[in-house]
Design a protein around this ligand. Structure first.
Ligand code: GCO
Length: 443
């Protein structure tokens, strides 16, 4: 593979991404308090392989080695998340020992001249916050946490995102119930979505009250949903899926009311919304991160809880090309989804903050020949270059993920890393995809 000149590291930001709960482990160390993911993993039947994040990649104890690895692979940028559960204690006051971990991480990155790109919330909500995202107070607690990070680490963080993929926290967590906290209630998921966006806005306000030199934004996973057929019912289903995933989050960011179709579903929301919330959500943003993996195919609901949602997803099957987690490989979707968004909302500068594939190829003779992931990355990078060529303001690309890690409800059964992790020995082995990127970045 050769690199399109538009993506040359001289002018375009290249990075790799991780998140705290998925790699750190050390879940009870140095005063860390439990998150909703710690409690969720402890419930039987929640995680496919009955695993948890207590050890994960043991990154907490191996950060020097892991940052060295990032440097060896040639990345100059690293996206990670800060665990709220390490920064604050049960009484929401600062936990200096947890803070120290991120200081050590930032020291190591600085030593290798790798620029940090931090996310404040990647799903690991402190378990002691009563009601979690269903409680409006949690949005105010988030602003206090943002204030603490701004005060204690802000001078070393040039770019900060408030939330990662709030759709997942709201809908996978409170409607489908497959993510923590595992609630299955449509109305509650909309309440959670509102509180998440409120937290985003309050968080930005809190940060800016401390510092004005940080580039601030949010990371979303916008949806491209195609109808299963041209039947009007299926077309409408695909539309509703996109409204829930996109408009529900993008509208508040730009001060627009939620789409009517969603508002009709929820009296519960009216009970928690206050005059002025929309203005809080719509704080100016310096950037937006977009995560893209696949598209979905939607059809009219046949029954059950899909009726409340107004859509059902069709599971993709062969001969469609699929990654090992069963997601369709559809590179054109990246172009289509970005163009759709640019058409509808006045987006700030964009970064692709996650893109990657589950390719579970193992180690053979000391090497991991993950050719499917190599092709996946290559074809998606071509789309990124095409978008830029056609005028999209995309400033960087972060591959998901640096390491094989705890893949949420799938446990350790799905491997997204460009570096293989042997979870028995914690040995790291760069895969063919990592070596491919290393070559490109050095060329
Ligand atoms: C995400 C998630 C990652 C997942 C990845 C693969 O932001 O979607 O950040 O945590 O591991 O998406 O499912």
């Amino acid at each position: 593979m050769t690199l399109d000149p538009l993506l040359s590291p001289a002018r375009f930001e290249w990075g790799c991404a991780t998140s705290a709960f998925q790699i750190e482990g050390a879940s009870t160390v140095d005063g860390k308090v439990p998150s909703i993911w710690d409690s969720f993993c402890a419930q039987p039947g929640r995680i496919l392989d009955a695993s948890d994040g207590s050890v994960a990649c043991d990154h907490y104890h191996r950060l020097a080695e892991d940052v060295q690895l990032i440097a060896n692979l040639g990345f100059k940028h690293y996206r990670f998340s800060i665990a709220w559960t390490r920064i604050t204690r049960q009484d929401n006051s600062l936990n200096p020992a947890g803070l120290d971990f991120y200081k050590r991480l930032l020291d190591a990155l600085e030593k290798h001249q790798i620029t940090p790109n931090a996310t404040l919330f990647h799903w690991d909500l402190p378990a002691h916050l009563e009601g979690g995202w269903l409680n409006r107070d949690t949005a105010y607690r988030f602003a206090e946490y943002a204030d603490l990070v701004a005060r204690h680490l802000g001078d070393r963080l040039p770019r900060v995102a408030t939330l990662n993929e709030p759709w997942c926290s709201a809908f996978l967590g409170h409607d489908l119930g497959v993510f923590a906290p595992g609630v299955q209630d449509r109305a509650q998921s909309l309440v959670a979505a509102h509180h998440l966006m409120l937290a985003h806005g309050l968080g930005l306000q809190a940060w800016r009250a401390v510092r004005t030199d940080t580039s601030l934004g949010i990371v979303l996973n916008p949806e491209l949903s195609d109808p299963a057929s041209s039947r009007p019912e299926d077309v409408q289903a695909a539309r509703l899926a996109e409204l829930e995933r996109n408009d529900c989050f993008l509208n508040p960011l730009f001060g627009r009311e939620w789409p009517q179709e969603l508002l009709q579903q929820i009296d519960a929301l009216n009970a928690t919304r206050k005059e002025g919330d929309l203005a809080i959500c719509a704080q100016p943003m310096d950037f937006m991160g977009l995560n893209y993996y696949t598209r979905t195919i939607a059809q009219a609901p046949a029954g059950g809880r899909d009726v409340e949602r107004g859509y059902a997803f069709v599971t993709p099957t062969a001969p469609k090309p699929l990654t090992d987690i069963g997601w369709e490989i559809y590179p054109e979707g990246l172009t289509r989804v970005v163009q759709n968004l640019l058409h509808q909302w006045p987006l700030p500068a964009l970064w692709i903050t996650e893109n990657g594939a589950a390719d579970n190829t193992g180690v053979t003779d000391g090497a991991v020949n993950d050719t499917m992931r190599c092709d996946y990355l290559q074809t998606h990078l071509e789309q990124v270059a095409g978008l830029i060529r056609n005028g999209a303001d995309i400033r960087g690309y972060y591959v998901w993920s640096l390491l094989d890690n705890f893949e949420w409800a799938q446990g350790y059964s799905q491997r997204f890393g460009i570096v293989h992790v042997d979870f028995q020995t914690q040995k790291r082995t760069p895969k063919r995809s990592a070596l491919m990127l290393q070559r490109l970045l050095q060329a």
